[in-house]
Write a protein that binds this ligand. Sequence first.
Ligand code: 7TS
Length: 420
Amino acid sequence: MSQPVLEETRNLSLSADEVLKLRADFPVLRQQVYGKPLVYLDNAATTQKPQVVIDRITDYYSHENGTVRRGVYKLSEQSTLAFDESRRKVARLLNAPSAAEVIFTRGTTEAINLVASSYGRAFIGAGDEIIVSAIEHHANIVPWQQLCLEKGAILKVIPVNDDGELIQDAYEALLSERTRLVAIGHVSNALGTINPVKAMIEKAHAVGAVVLVDGAQSTPHMQVDVQELDCDFFAFSGHKLYGPTGIGVLYGKMKQLEAMPPYQCGGDMIHSVSFEKTVFAKPPAKFEAGTPAIAEVIALGSAIDYLQAIGLGRIGAYEHELLQYATERISEIPEVRLIGTANEKAGILSFTIKGAHPHDIGTILDREGIAVRAGHHCAQPVMERFHVPATARASFSFYNTREDVDALIRAIHVVIQLFS
Ligand code: 7TS
């Protein structure tokens, strides 16, 4: 296992040697596909898991398994302690004022649905307006669209320019006293654009709207500070943060969480139940009905420890260098069109190749050992805006190297040869 880097010896990025050491923490990366070394470039879909996360799950089920918050015996008490500790780790990761503002969900999708169902049903009515952007993942469009249909509310969309940046003047023009909620992605999964969410939140608050930030693509690549952003809600997925699938987080300001009705009802979310009346528990329990994903929560805590030992600032800086290198190399190829050329970008390269369908690109790259995603990336409005049916998308992690980028470029030339 790689040693955590001491705080004092940290520099701004990761050295090539450090990256090689970190790669060794990921057993899945050691394999070959079709006789070629696996080059995993689908990190925006899900990240690979370091050995510490895998071991934490195995250890939990081998030695510690017991339900949380209920048992009076040793196993249950220990599980509850580890579970609660993970909640505090998430709070520290996001710089949330209190661990009670951290709600465990199945992922970003469920976190957004929770807010749409609970906050939306209670506080959004006919004629109210909800603002989303033109570059959202479907998870941050469809729940709001459905809520609008149910309530007679109106969905407004912030347009995007040809580089994939949200047009801020148009956003300001959409905001009014009718705006109840703004739901925006921190980083676009289809284009890589980093949105200026802090400034956008300030503007939304000025008209009295609350803001949800979809942090699925930002949390793994930068230091997030929900107090600095001043967002009302922030969502992310554990599986994109080097943790297990089936676990995610909704951060919400306590003021909002206290005012919101429960999302699901059942065990664990109550203070008392009688046939006359049920009194709900306080947040976060109020929003966590039923037995939670205990092993996943605890292993997410290990993933957070692992990332913080490397330093999310350094991870972001390294991935930025890699993106710059990849952008330069791919821009030299005339047959390639890059979709998403914002000034502020995270490590995502969406592209098309002249004459080749993105699904064919994906298949040919796979034969070269390179895993990318091909399709609409659950962001069909983005594809429409850029007049493409789909794109191929390479998305980077700190365990990717310049050699991975070089392999991608070689494989793109294979595609070009086949289709020219
Ligand atoms: N929001 C954004 C910005 C995302 O990128 C994703 C998943 C989600 C929400 C949903 O997250 P989930 O964990 O609840 O599924 N994005 C992708 C992707 O780009 N490729 O596969 C999943």
